[in-house]
Design a protein around this ligand. Structure first.
Ligand code: HEC
Length: 188
């Protein structure tokens, strides 16, 4: 007697499980396949970049064209803060020395770089792209290069993706301008 009801319970359980499996599977198929066209599951990844582009101010510098940011940096230069720039320059020191006469490390020595001819630090081996760029390091060119090395000098070997804000970039350029026997006055 006990055995029979136990068997029955097992059977009933098996039937219920089977039904659950069938309806459960159908529901899942309907949810995923049946409704897929009207409600695609991948709206979020597509929406994310658009959202990032809409708010480029917070560390998302690459979202805006390098040209525009370059202009923004130039506009900030007259009031840029060289003292703050000195602190920001620590990030550059991973690759650059900037003391007069000091042997370059990964990148060229940046002493006296403002208005220096591009790719001209004696004894430093520049990329071909930098050697061919031509012209001097004007404030304008520095702004564009520091903001987006690869877009301003395609093929440069400076592996750097810009600073978090145009203000940081303006401040670091203001600091570079002090690194000379006769500091270069900032544009007005
Ligand atoms: C990861 C290493 C690295 C970092 C970080 C880095 N640079 Fe450079 N930089 C280089 C290299 C390498 C070159 C040489 C590029 C070439 O020859 O194409 C260079 C070149 C330059 C030049 C051109 C100088 C010349 O003599 O023509 C300037 C200006 C410059 N860097 C500024 C900066 C500033 C400012 C920062 C910080 C905001 C910075 N770099 C951060 C590696 C770096």
């Amino acid at each position: 007697m006990t055995m029979d009801s136990f068997e029955f319970t097992k059977l009933a359980g098996a039937v219920l499980s089977a039904l659950l499996l069938i309806f459960g599977t159908r529901t899942i198929i309907e949810m995923t396949v049946g409704h897929a066209p009207e409600k695609p599951g991948f709206t979020l990844p597509a929406a994310a970049p658009a959202e990032a582009a809409a708010t480029p101010a917070e560390g998302a510098a690459p979202a805006a064209p390098a040209e525009d940011i370059g202009k923004e940096v130039i506009a900030l230069l007259p009031k840029a803060n060289a003292e703050k720039g000195k602190t920001i320059f620590k990030k550059c020191q991973a690759c650059h020395v900037a003391e007069k006469g000091k042997t370059p490390t990964v990148g060229p020595n940046l002493w006296d770089v403002v208005n220096r001819k591009k790719g001209s630090y004696p004894g430093y081996k520049y990329s071909e792209a930098m050697e061919k760029k031509g012209g001097d390091w004007t404030f304008d060119d520095l702004a564009h290069f520091i903001h987006g090395p690869k877009s301003f000098v395609p093929g440069t070997k400076m592996m750097f993706s810009g600073l978090p804000t145009p203000q940081d970039e303006a401040d670091v350029i203001a600091y570079l301008a002090t690194l000379a026997d006769t500091p270069v006055p900032l544009p007005k």
